[in-house]
Write a new protein. Structure first.
Length: 568
């Protein structure tokens, strides 16, 4: 890992304690903004202010524990980066659905289930790539953003308050709050741009109080909140409902994908020579994220997920030290016992909440589309995304239609996300049939010019939309192998080359008659070395110039084959 020069405190560097405390406080405030999502779910469940206030306090304790877990670098838990979680918009749709069908006990029980989903997916990450191509991964982010945005736009527009006298003020505050967030995001500079959502909430709260949109009861709850108190989790109960499995299964999967993106970003900003994601760190981050959800469910709050915002702030301030998570956690823990702080979120009115949700949903929609378009869109991806999105939206547009379905179907049609994502997975599996493309090239002689080989491989790579970096590695490695075979005079007769691509792995097979080329260490990963073995292990890859993700070789009589596998 090469330390970037623009970082003041890199991931493993400990800042002086006064700065450490200030940086921890900054992150604690950023993480607190999403506490409002707890308020939304509890209001949908009809919970009182006392229960909501206790949940907010316990939620901060859960955030504190999860932040520390994510920063750890011991065993299978933790990414070892500053990637603290927030109460995630990914879980809001599923949590609102659970609150409406099974109450708060269902929210807590199913949140723990979603955490187990994340933990279960972590060790399978390397094998799940076929199930999560960019079209599917991006679609999941889009559908989550849509579900969040539909809830948020209802709050922002004040759909339920259209006949009330204060409705015009509701719209004015909504517009001002959202305009502040968007304006600072587009034209702001420095930290103001990075914490635009927090500043927008502050502006919206001030405007709401001035417009009289904060109910008197809520103000009394804030005024009457004690200076110090121990949270009282009297509302805690747990329930598991099978009909909610699809919604929370998809939410846990989406959270896993988001964590992959966040931890990968952390790796990139902390390593100047970053080339590709480091799987162990990402898997540890997913496990920590899942444990955080389980802790959240146990403590009576909604699901958490590693946040992009704090990572961006850390990069902008030049302080990505994972040790910042510790004072951040300590501050959150202390604030949990000062009820007046979480009581601030109880008085947050609907226009501010709706604006924050729409702002967040906009980023998720744009990010999901960007992921989808990161690879060329062929007819298969077009149908997967288009049909699944229309089916998901139909759940919101024609709810009576789905209400008439048999009870078994209700298991999979409870929300827009469950219908959309299930459809996308099924369509992707169907369209995988016949997706593998292959081509064979025959050569008259073993010393085929490298330029001719490169021209053939690159033309086929462009036709199949193989990512440029994968094609470059494959061309360089294949050329080296062919050169070694020719130099060592191992080939008898005419060699052939078979190129296969399945949208994930590019495989180049060199087939020939003759002696098998020995490349004992190429593409092999070892964890332990004996004496000078580490020297020969590394030097073999360096000298041969062969850098596939995996290499296989076999021989049968005079027939030999070398297979180079490159992962995209």
């Amino acid at each position: 890992m090469t330390r970037p020069e623009d970082l003041l405190y890199a991931v493993d560097e400990l800042p002086p304690w006064p700065r450490l405390v200030v940086l921890g406080m900054q992150h604690a405030m950023l993480l607190s903004v999403n506490l409002v999502l707890i308020v939304i779910v509890f209001r949908r469940a009809g919970a009182g202010d006392a229960a909501t206030l206790s949940a907010l306090s316990l939620g901060m304790i859960a955030l504190a524990i999860s932040s520390v877990l994510q920063s750890m670098r011991k065993g299978p838990v933790g990414s070892g980066y500053l990637a603290p979680p927030v109460f995630s918009a990914i879980y809001i749709g599923a949590a609102v659905l659970a609150a409406g069908t099974g109450g708060l006990p269902a929210v807590f029980g199913m949140t723990m289930f979603a955490g187990l989903v994340e933990i279960g997916l972590a060790p399978l990450l390397g094998k799940l790539r076929a199930l999560f191509p960019p079209a599917i991964s991006g679609f999941i982010v889009v559908i989550v953003g849509l579900q969040l945005g539909i809830i948020g736009i209802g709050e922002l527009l004040g759909v339920e308050h259209i006949h009330r006298p204060a409705f015009p003020y509701h719209l004015m505050v909504s517009g001002l709050t959202l305009a502040t967030m968007c304006g600072l995001s587009v034209w702001g500079r420095g930290i103001a741009r990075l914490i635009c959502s927090l500043l927008g909430v502050v502006v919206g709260m001030v405007a709401s109080v001035a417009a009289g949109l904060v109910p008197a009861d809520s103000m009394h709850s804030f005024v009457d909140a004690p200076i110090f108190a121990i949270p009282q989790p009297h509302y805690l109960a747990y329930d598991f409902q099978f009909r909610l499995i699809p919604a929370f299964l998809m939410a846990g999967t989406a959270a896993m994908l988001r964590t992959v993106g966040v931890i990968t970003t952390c790796q990139k900003i902390n390593d100047l020579d970053w080339k590709r994601p480091e799987l162990k760190s990402i898997q540890g981050g997913i496990v920590a994220d899942g444990i955080g959800c389980i802790i959240g469910g146990l403590m009576g709050v909604i699901g958490m997920n590693s946040a992009v915002g704090p990572v961006g702030v850390a990069k902008a301030t030049g302080a990505t030290s994972r040790y910042i998570a510790y004072p951040c956690a300590a501050i959150l823990f202390m604030l949990a016992f000062i009820p007046k702080y979480p009581a601030l979120f109880l008085i947050m009115p609907q226009p501010v909440i709706g604006s924050l949700m729409v702002f967040t949903a906009s980023f998720m929609l744009a990010g999901g589309i960007q992921i989808i378009l990161s690879r060329s869109i062929d007819s298969r991806a077009t149908y997967v995304v288009g049909v699944s999105l229309l089916l998901g939206l139909s759940r919101e547009i024609f709810p009576a239609y789905f209400a008439r379905a048999v009870p078994l179907v209700h298991q999979f049609t409870g929300s827009m996300m469950s219908i959309g994502v299930m459809s996308a997975f099924l369509l992707n599996l169907i369209f995988r049939i016949g997706a593998t493309r292959s081509a064979t090239f025959e050569f008259e002689k073993s010393d085929t010019p490298i330029d001719d080989l490169e021209r053939l491989l690159r033309a086929r790579g462009r036709a199949w939309s193989v990512p440029t970096d994968v094609a470059d590695r494959a061309i360089a490695s294949t050329g080296q192998v062919m050169q070694h075979l020719a130099d060592a005079d191992l080939i008898i007769g005419s060699p052939s080359l078979r190129m296969t691509y399945n949208d994930f792995d590019l495989t180049v097979s060199v087939r020939y008659q003759g002696a098998l080329l020995s490349l004992p260490n190429v593409g092999v990963r070892k964890h332990f070395f004996l004496d000078e073995e580490s020297f020969s292990y590394g030097l073999a890859d360096f000298l041969t110039g062969v850098y596939p993700d995996r290499m296989e070789s076999r021989a049968s009589g005079e027939n030999a084959e070398i297979r180079l596998i490159f992962s995209g």
